[in-house]
Design a protein around this ligand. Structure first.
Ligand code: GLU
Length: 512
């Protein structure tokens, strides 16, 4: 049975893939990995006026970067294609004819300006104009006009096709829809409008195309954004009009602005200088380059982990998961009903955690590729390079920062002494204490790092120097800056000889 499970991600390529869309794709993907089904990418490009070819590439590249690889897609089609709705035009024609024939849909000839007049008129009277069961027989459509008049207008290609959402002769006005996340919801069909589902240019609208495709592609679960919940009753009715079995539906809560008020938008990204797209987006119309998580240096798995936890949790305290782990633990029943805030600091925290999880081998390979070989000579011993990696991994948010952190320790020439610190804190007592510890190291055979630490603390105590000041000063002499990783770990990595040489040289420079 598990092999019949099929879920799809069905973006409309009118703009780049937003982080909310990526989360929808991720949840769909995770369910299929867990249950053993197929994950499908279908491009819903029926709205040709708003189509942006670059958006299709952005969607595909983003999924690719994150490692959410569809089993069926435009690039790797299965037997349910085509996977672009624009290439399925003929199919929809056949199905719209079915709905016309069985009386579930009708031709409507009202001109746009006629309808907007009606809207305005209603507004003036404090009412909202809805094209539906109450007024459809008074408007210009194939239900109100006679056969010949209708035929004539259809020939002129001046029509749209509307779905008869509520028929007082057939339907009960109380209608129940079912959503996995929200349970059963009661709807009054009398309040719904007769949505346009097909246009005279031969293109279906989203509502028809989406349902026909989900049916033909044998989709078992529709997992999509909350914004589609108001359309669910209409979708149920269309399934019923065709006499088709409905898939299960789950509508995901919104990703909210950092303030928690309203949906996260691309404008928020700009306002707060944070990315809302997996990869950057060059908006040629607006002439704005929107930030991407990728270009900022985020690990794809960290982003997936981060967005997965916005709106879902495994039910315990654990938060850091690889994609493989998420594939085994994800479940629809733990998705929250209400929206959750987008917290960029949390995204950085996830990245830090994921950088820590990168294997030593691959971190070392990355460092080797990015740091001059001379630096690495110092840590040529495997145990030392491992230590170095552990030490600096703790200090970074992004992998690329490892390079700078490593240089800070390994390359004595890459920065200048922190003169500010020297001005504020340096004094003779500190100088003497450091000279004292160097002498002690030089004169003791096989002194351990632990012993060095203890002796230095004793010296500071004896000379009445605050531990913080003493430690920062020693660090300054080792790596030219008072802040950084644990000094004694640095000494261990550099070795006693190199450490003493550096301290000597820096002491001379400080005193100059
Ligand atoms: N094309 C729709 C969108 O981009 C898909 C909604 C759905 O998944 O049914 O939001």
């Amino acid at each position: 049975m598990s092999n019949n499970i099929r879920l799809r991600f069905a973006p409309s390529p009118t703009g780049p893939l937003h982080i909310g869309g990526l989360r929808t794709a991720l949840y769909n993907y995770l369910i299929t990995r867990k249950l053993g089904g197929k994950f499908i990418l279908r491009i819903e490009d029926t709205d040709l006026n708003r189509l942006d070819e670059k958006a299709i590439k952005h969607i595909e590249d983003s999924l690719n970067w994150c490692g959410i690889i569809p089993d069926e897609s435009p690039k790797s089609p299965g037997k349910f294609g085509p996977y672009f709705q624009s290439k399925r035009k003929d199919l929809y024609k056949k199905y719209i004819e079915k709905l016309i024939k069985n009386g579930s849909a009708y031709y409507a000839f009202d001109k746009k300006d006629e309808l907007s007049e009606l809207r305005k008129k209603n507004e003036k009277e404090g009412k909202t104009f809805i094209y539906n069961w109450l007024n459809r027989d008074k408007l210009k459509n194939s239900l109100s006009l006679n056969h010949d008049e209708s035929k004539n207008l259809i020939h002129k290609d001046e029509y749209v096709i509307r779905f008869k959402t509520y028929d007082p002769l057939k339907d009960n006005d109380e209608y129940y829809i079912e959503d996995i996340i929200r349970g059963e919801v009661k709807i009054n069909l009398k309040n719904l409008d007769d949505k346009i589902i097909y246009k005279s240019d031969g293109m279906p609208t989203y509502h028809l195309a989406n349902i026909v495709d989900d049916h033909l592609m044998k989709i078992t679960h529709v997992v999509r954004g909350e914004e589609w919940l108001p359309s669910l009753a209409l979708h149920f009715k269309i399934y019923e009009a065709f006499g088709w079995e409905k898939p299960f539906f789950a509508h995901l809560p919104l990703i909210l602005k950092p303030s928690g008020q309203g949906k996260l938008s691309k404008r928020d990204g700009q306002k707060f200088g944070i990315p809302v797209y997996p990869i950057e987006w060059n908006d040629s119309k607006e002439k704005i380059k929107y930030l991407g998580f990728k270009e900022m240096g985020f690990e794809p798995e960290a982003i997936l982990n981060f967005i997965c936890m916005i709106g879902w949790n495994p039910g315990d305290e654990k938060e850091v998961f690889s994609l493989k782990e998420l594939e085994t633990i994800f479940s629809l029943d733990k998705i929250n009903k209400s929206g959750a805030k987008f917290d960029f600091e949390k995204a950085k925290w996830f990245n830090h955690e994921h950088v820590k999880k990168i294997s030593d081998e691959s971190t070392l390979k990355f460092m080797n590729e990015n740091i001059d070989k001379n630096f690495l000579k110092i840590v040529s011993k495997k145990s030392k390079s491992k230590k170095l990696i552990e030490l600096i991994k703790e200090r970074v948010t992004f992998k690329k920062e490892l390079i700078k952190e490593a240089r800070n320790i390994l390359d004595p020439n890459h920065r200048d002494l922190d003169q500010n610190f020297i001005k504020k804190k340096w004094n003779e007592k500190i100088y003497n204490s450091i000279i004292e510890i160097i002498k002690l190291i030089k004169n003791s055979k096989n002194i351990s790092i632990k012993e060095i630490k203890k002796s230095y603390l004793d010296i500071l105590n004896k000379n009445e120097i605050k531990v913080g000041d003493g430690m920062q000063s020693l660090r300054l002499c080792l790596i030219k800056n008072p802040t950084g990783p644990d000094i004694f770990e640095i000494i261990e990595i550099l070795g006693l000889k190199e450490s003493i040489n550096r301290i000597h040289k820096n002491l001379i420079d400080i005193n100059d």
